[in-house]
Write a protein that binds this ligand. Sequence first.
Ligand code: SFD
Ligand code: AMP
Length: 647
Amino acid sequence: MPKPEVVVVETDLLILGGGMAACGAAVEAAHWAKQNGLKVTLVDKAAMDRSGAVAMGLSAINQYVGLKDGANSVKDYVDYVRNDLMGVTREDLVANIARHVDSSVHLFEKWGLPIWKDENGKYVHEGRWQLMINGESYKVIVAEAAKNALLGSGVGQIFERIFIVGPLMDGDRCAGAVGFSVRENKVYIFRSKATLAAMGGAVHVFKPRSSGEGMGRAWYPPWNSGSSTYFTLKAGAEMTCQEVRFIPVRFKDAYGPVGAWFLLFKSRATNAMGGDYMVERRPELEKWGPYGRVKPVPANLRNYLGMLDVLEGKGPISMRTEEALTKIAEQYKDDPKAYQKKIKELESEAWEDFLDMTISQAILWAGTNVQPEQKSSEISAAEPYFIGSHSGASGAWLCGAEDLQTAETKSEYFWGYTNMSTVKGLFCAGDASGASSHKFSSGSHAEGRIAAKSAIKFIVENNALPQLDQAEADKIVAEVLKPLETFEQNRKLSTDEDVNPNFIKPRSFMFRLQKIMDEYAGGVTAQFATNKAQLERALELLAFLKEDSEKLAASNTHELMRCWENVHRMWQAEAHVRTMLFRGETRWPGYYMRTDTPQLDEEKWHVFANCRCDPKTGKWEMLTRPIFHIFAQQKAEAPAAQPAAAR
Ligand code: SFD
Ligand code: AMP
């Protein structure tokens, strides 16, 4: 391959990613950039219309607070999130999103997203915080608005199919990013005054349940590979909640969502003996301090109760779809025609739930003759993912909004610009921002808007383009392209492209990473359990893997992307293992169990576990940060008012 062209792009605000948070950022940035005569550049590794977690569409908007109707308050949402995360959340970040999220949802509707309405014109709720949508084209609609905002205002430019590898630094200030085109022979140096990382979370760090050709079928779409974590870590940012992975319980093998079944259809899940683990194992909840008593039961504890059944050999666990649908239709039982009509209506809602967001689940149902109104379906716990915007919490440690700080929080949670990381000029949103779970698609969009507005303020107040150290930039470009060179130099040493004494291909590298994580860091085959000795062994093996990452080889630019995706995953893995090792307790059973410290330790570990990797020395620092409340002090055990739909 000829030497790639190096393209230098100068901008004011650089938005990395084209997902929900980046689209929110684009809309907001366009507005403020125009007022201030600034330029905005957005870079996505894929095509924005269908990139990120919402690519296939979604069937619900999971965060809507309903402030206008007075249905809930910001504090209600904060209570919900804190309880669900077993007490570990940055209340200031969650509150900031909660007070802005409704306006993002109203914008989605204005842009053309169909939100279900009842006969009185009111939104149909799936649960207390969730709205039902016809969301197959959700991402297309949100991306269109983002593109219109950036391109229509004349302030913006968009680069698609450019994979961002890592940050460009000017001392302690983020100076932009380096990436390459996955379609053309070009390397990009993006120089910026502020950078917003919004490149999603990570999948395929752990071995998935699926194997062979089905391996790409995971719950989380395969293209988010830990780039946000890598980018922020490499810039030297402090990270938080890196131990808080997310294990979704999903319809088995095709990962269809369960929310609509549990909340809208009020279904039960039962074991092989017909027992309901949420009822039979309720006493187990008492072991988990105040968090075992909150309503709804935290997601990890719901998982855990089901896992206990599986460990006792009581699987499979089934979603009782037939029971739930029949129960709803029962009210029409005196009128057979009305009964049949209702069943048909429910049946089509059930299929649409999958067709809107997890088409493969509908295909699996069809392929296995499932009629949900007649037959229940197996559910199971998926492999671990990193998705801080959902029910995980991993991400960068960010500055909160000034007006949400208290005298107590200000010195810990505030350092100048809302949503800025501990690195000057580097902002984060969505999965890239930590300790602010349950923002989902809508909250990520709102957080993107918050972060972009703040980043523009930063630019206005720090309006000089950081220096570009050309020698350093050349070094980074050479490093980015090295796998292509390694392949070219060594390919003739073997007759098989994938087996070579001098290099490792990204696919093999990924399998090695996944095996380490699965076996030692609490993956599926380890039944989500790990301990100090296993985590230390994982670190030992990860160190060898890191050495071998120098020998990654790519035969084309697509494979070059695969190389870097796996390097990003490896760093996400290391941050995760180190933080699980650091936190000497089990706080989120159902996500992972530290078998050597199997209990909650509120006294010692009611804190954030944070980490930082010094970009110069490569040395990791582990530290704790305090958890503060921002509303009038309440006890964690005070449950948020119980939603009608919660179990
Ligand atoms: O219920 C690079 N989520 C759901 N949210 C809802 O509101 N309702 C639902 O129904 C949801 N469900 C759901 C959800 C997620 C997933 C994975 C599934 C189902 C299967 C959560 C939201 O989707 C999630 O919170 C947001 O999408 C998060 O937004 P953001 O912006 O943080 O991430 P993104 O949208 O995935 O976008 C990431 C972008 O980064 C790009 N990218 N670009 C350049 N260089 C690189 N190196 C890059 N790496 C990644 C991506 O291309 C993308 O544009 S439910 O079933 O759980
Ligand atoms: P899911 O499809 O599992 O991602 O769920 C969508 C939303 O519903 C998320 O906000 C979940 O936290 C919530 N949810 C799912 N199942 C339950 C349940 N059994 N009880 C309470 N909330 C739930």
